[in-house]
Each structure stands twice: as structure tokens, then as C-alpha cells.
Design a protein around this ligand. Sequence first.
Ligand code: ADP
Ligand code: MG
Length: 487
Amino acid sequence: MTSELVPVIGLEVHCRLKTASKLFSACPLRPGAAANSATDPYTWALPGTLPTVNAAAVALAVRLAAALGCEVAEESGWDRKHYFYPDLPKGYQISQHARPLARGGGLEVPDPEAGPWATRVIALQRLHLEEDAAKVHAGALLDYNRAGAPLVEIVTAPVIRSAAEAARVLRSLRLLLLRLGVSDATMEDGSLRCDVNVSLQRRGSSAPGVRCEIKNLNSFNFIERAVTAEVERQEALLAAGVPVTPVTLRYDPARAAVQVMRVKETELEYRWLPEPDLPPLRVDPAAAAAARASLPELPERTRMRYCVLGLAPIEAAQLIDEPVLGDWYDAALTSLGPRGPALARRLCKWLTVELIGRVPPAQLASAKVVPAALAELVRMLECGEVSAPAAKQILDLLVEEGGVPGGIAAREGLLLENDDAALTAAIVEVLRGYPQQVAQYRAGKATLWGYLIGRVMQVLRGRADPQRVHKLLVVALQSPPPGDETI
Ligand code: ADP
Ligand code: MG
């Protein structure tokens, strides 16, 4: 890149809210159902149908706005955005243009360039509600199940600095949506989609560059690649002395290139009009305050908690990026009680390596093994009550049949002998049984140490913590056992 030009990026993100019905009618919301099976007269825009606002959608949008620290308007407005396209039966889309539901706020995102635990806040411009259009399939088939689905649009300020950061913003937003339970936030099924605005600005200058918009990106990788391609396209234009013109583009994954679709629409072309069929949307400030008060721990706060707990950045990321894992971990952690960083990390490893190797995350919630059982198993391992190979065997059985690890360990004879008297008895047995090796060891043949330990472990049938046996054997070899003159 020419060093004086820096990318300036802003996102417009659409996410489908998880409601039972559509935004302006009681029509059930079933976006993945058989084509056109979830429609009603309002969806089809039949004459005489009128919109009514779905309060559940408003509540979810307010919850999201609260989590993003936006200022929720006591009164916002509905507007019609006109364009003519077969996916829009009414010929206009009801959105919130002039007076959005919420303004300001910010999304906290990881900032790996600044450090493993660093974050920065991406300022937001607005958050508003609108209805989705129908889905146009290749071959011009139309599916109206999606028409009228409740969307929330989140518009960031033009403050994102790279293609990688643009993808990170969307990833963070997805985790937040999942944490709040306001959306399925699945890029593959279109419940999370993103338009990306890109311009190039001279370093140190405050004059904005000309912005182009890449429409409807539906994968994190595509966002990163599309922005990279668009930055290169604009750089090449400017390098050739050709000014950038504002265009709307689409990303072609097959060619990994952006393609100009049309000259960017202007405000006038949308012919925005206030919606006459709906009263202004009112949100009681008390409801907004209640939404703020009922927020769960948000993903970046969770990350900080894991940092304080002593997890490595990569371990924290594993738990946060897969919310099912994070919830499971937290439940196990609670059941473990007070613990140091070593145990917290050991629990994380046993969850993300051992358990996930046996039960995929999607099946964790319905698995027979419960968080308290894994916590107990890790505690037993830490206290030397079981060996690591035995713990793996116990975990196999916990996955198969559930239950508690202590019970399984006892039943299967996997508990380590922790009674010093029993360990000492085994040591005495070996010292008596192998007098010649003992004498040689005492005479200085240090290599026999392993042999003697091995014999003791054999007597104990492997059910002892080798380090403990080691300590006791050292003591036994220093002083002949009482009452035995032959050694
Ligand atoms: P439109 O609907 O025409 O795209 P909006 O105001 O809704 O206009 O969208 C503005 C989006 O464009 C925001 O995400 C904002 O951050 C971004 N944006 C504004 N100016 C620039 C710029 N100079 N470079 C990159 N993105 C920009
Ligand atoms: Mg736009």
C-alpha cells in the first residue's frame, strides 16, 4: 500500500431478531421453513392490510442497544424507503430513518496489535429497527418467509482501520448477540449480514476519501478478503490518477474480487417518507433502564475475568468464541470453588481438549457428564487421588454413563493408594524382596533407583502417585526399616 493512504472502514450490520412472529404482523417467523409457508396477507401486501409493531422485537432491540451503551430514544419514528424490486411486495420497506431507536454507544473488540488482552471501542452511530425483504433465489424464485422479518441495523462510525479489524468487529458483535440471546446471528443463514463501506484517507489529513460500499457480505472470511480487494482497487485507481467514484459493489468469492454493481444510490432515490400507518415508537425510559439492569456479563468482561483467573489468551478465546463451552466452564468453575490459576487452567484443558475430544460442543448441554463431575475429576487429579491415565478412563465412563468420578474410580479400582502406611508397607516388601539390588544401590549404583521404584509401583499395581512413592522410598533407603537387620 502507498504509505500515505490508510483505509477507513464503517460497517452497516443487519441482524435478524429472534422473535416468534414478524415485525409488523402476527405472521410466524420461520425463515428456514419450506418456501412461502410462513406468509400472511400483510407479508404479501394485500390491500387493506396494516402494520402493527411487534413489541417482542422492540424489547430485543432495546436490550441490544442497552448492551452497546446506546442512548435509547423515548420516541423514535418509522419511515418508508422506496425502491422497486420483486423482493419487496409493498414497494417500500418500513425502517427508521430520521429518528432511529438508538444513537451512539460502542462495541468493545479485541485489539491484538496492541497486546494479547487489549481491546478498543468501535464507536457506533445508530441502531434502528426495520423489516427484511424476501429472499431471491438464483433462477428468480422468491421466498417470502423472510419478508417482514424483524431486523436491527447497527451502523458503526468510520473508525475501523483494517480488513482484519472489520472481521473482528463482526465476530465480536456476533458473540454479543448470542450472549444476549437476541439473534441466532448465523452468517450462513442470513441472520447476520453486513455491508462494508471503504475509503482511503491521506495519513494525517482529516479530509474523508470517497466511500464505496460492498453489499451483503455473509462470512467473516469474505469480509476480510472483500475489504482487502477493495482497498487494492481504490489504491490502483488513485495510483493511476483516476478519482474513486462512489459505487456499490458486490464480492465475488470465486474470483476473490469486488465487482461494481451500480453507482451508489443517493438519499433522493430512496424517496424517504414518514410512515403514515404507524404512530411514533415509544420506549418507556424505565423499560430501557430495566434492560440495562438485566444485562448478563458481556463477552469482553468475561475475557477480562478469565485473564484475572490466570488463563492464557488462547484459552480464554476458546471459551469465549464457543459460548456453550464458556457457560460449561463457568458452571464447572463454580462447583470447583476457590482455586488458583493452575487449577483453573487444568480445568480449561480438561474441558477443551479431553471432554471436547469425546463430546462435541453442540451435544454438551444434553451430555450425561455434568460440569460438577468434570470439576471433581480435575480436583481428584490435582490432589493425587487418581493418575492422569486413570482420569481419562474415568472421563470415558462419565461420558458413557454419567455419575460421579469418585464412585466410578472406586468401582473400577482406579483410586491411588494415598495412605502412607500402605505405601510404606509396599516399600518394605520390595526392600526385603530385593536385598541384593538394595545393597548395590546403597553402595552407589544409582541407576538401580528406577528399578526399585518400578518394583514398588508393581506391588501397588500402579495405583499410587509416583512422586509420593519416590519421597517415601528416599526416606526408607536412608534408614533401614526397624527390626530388620538383614537389609
Ligand atoms: P448509506 O445508507 O448511504 O450507506 P449511511 O449513513 O447509512 O449511508 O452509512 C454510513 C456508513 O458509511 C457508516 O457505516 C459509516 O461509518 C460509513 N462511512 C461514512 N463515511 C465513510 C468514509 N469516508 N469511509 C468509509 N466509511 C464511511
Ligand atoms: Mg449503506
